[in-house]
Design a protein around this ligand. Structure first.
Ligand SMILES: Nc1ncnc2c1ncn2[C@@H]1O[C@H](COP(=O)(O)OP(=O)(O)OP(=O)(O)O)[C@@H](O)[C@H]1O
Ligand SMILES: [Mg+2]
Length: 324
């Protein structure tokens, strides 16, 4: 879907931002570019929609070199959400979200329906927010509009450069959760930039860790946590090793068969198989429950008990006290 082949980028002043960068983003996957400030994340991302051009190597989208694709046509099939340039300040929320559908010549009624749908999805009541200008929104609301705009024309590929940056931790977490929820429905190919290791682990199917313009490791969050490829990766993640382990171990192996009492209740908090130990712990705590049902596509597939969960946590923390 998106492929970098030995891509390098050197700017006019001689600064090399990206060096010999190769990776492939699979259809439907969320791949996170993670790295410290200046490591080349934004530069790499901008070469996908031709906001920047590679000095060497190729970026392919749908199998074709982007340099041979019409940039306007290319950008119409790639949604783009960014933190800083953000929204057009002279346009209302509705006009901002409608930019690409308008360019594509959608009829007005279809655009209106789509704007309503996206604002609702982004948690912004359309009648309240449609006619506001960006200056009349909070930072978090602006970022929601930015995400809605990136998804407006239903592009198969979405680029997100720190889309939830500059938010307080609570709002940020809320937007991350909502986006994850949404993402399981829309199944886009997403390239997501962040410098926040927790955000990377939470959002990414895979993570590409960059340092000084070079790819240090590409793998699942768990790969990076459990098998760091080099001392840089180890140091980058090492500070948070315990928390990252709990975030990258999933509850799947803890599943026990569902019981009748659980199966008949459908209003309680539920877990997903892909939930991490930490997420499960948080959900169990807030539900004040000692067991929670696990669902797969809405269907109950088992339960996880608090006892099992605590045992798994203890084991991961090296505290397990196996009965002999
Ligand atoms: N137009 C430019 N001209 C010269 N150097 C640039 C230009 N744009 C970026 N750079 C340099 O390229 C390097 C990578 O920049 P980039 O914006 O890709 O970093 P980043 O990983 O996105 O960082 P951040 O997390 O701070 O956004 C930096 O050293 C930066 O100074
Ligand atoms: Mg950047």
């Amino acid at each position: 879907m998106i492929r970098f082949e030995h891509v390098s980028k050197t700017f006019a002043d001689g600064a090399t931002a990206v060096q010999d960068f190769s990776l492939e983003v699979q259809p439907g996957e969320t791949l996170v570019l993670l790295g410290t400030s200046g490591s080349g994340k934004t530069t790499s991302m901008k070469m996908v929609n031709r906001l920047l051009e590679p000095t060497n190597g190729q970026v392919l989208v749908d199998g074709h070199d982007v340099m041979r694709q019409d940039p306007i046509a290319l950008r119409r099939k790639i949604g783009y959400a960014i933190q800083h340039i953000g929204l057009f300040s002279h346009m209302t929320v509705e006009e901002n979200v409608a930019v690409v559908p308008r360019l594509l010549g959608w009829p007005a009624s279809r655009i209106r329906d789509r704007v309503d749908e996206l604002l609702t999805m982004a948690g912004l009541e359309p009648d309240e927010f449609r006619r506001r200008y960006p200056a009349q929104l909070s930072g978090g609301q602006r970022q929601r509009v930015g995400v809605a705009r990136a998804l407006a024309a239903d592009p198969p590929i979405v680029l997100m450069d720190e889309p939830f940056g500059a938010l307080d931790p609570i709002t940020r977490e809320q937007l991350q959760d909502e986006f994850l929820e949404l993402e399981t429905e829309i199944q886009k190919t997403i390239l997501f930039v962040t410098h926040d290791v927790f955000e990377a682990v939470k959002m990414g199917d895979r993570i590409a860790l960059l340092d000084a313009g070079r790819l240090q490791q590409l793998g699942t969050p768990r790969d990076l946590v459990e098998q760091p490829a080099n001392p840089f990766v180890e140091a980058f993640l090492g500070h948070h090793h315990v928390q990252l382990r709990l975030m990258t171990q999933r509850i799947g192996p803890l599943l026990e068969p569902i019981d009748m009492e659980m199966a008949s209740k459908d209003d309680s908090e539920t877990l997903r198989e892909s939930d991490s130990l930490l997420t499960a712990l948080e959900k169990m705590r807030s539900a004040k429950a000692d067991r929670l049902p696990v669902r797969r596509q809405g269907q109950p597939v088992g339960i996880v008990t608090r006892r099992r969960l605590l045992a798994a946590l203890a084991e991961n923390l090296g505290l397990s006290d196996e009965p002999s």
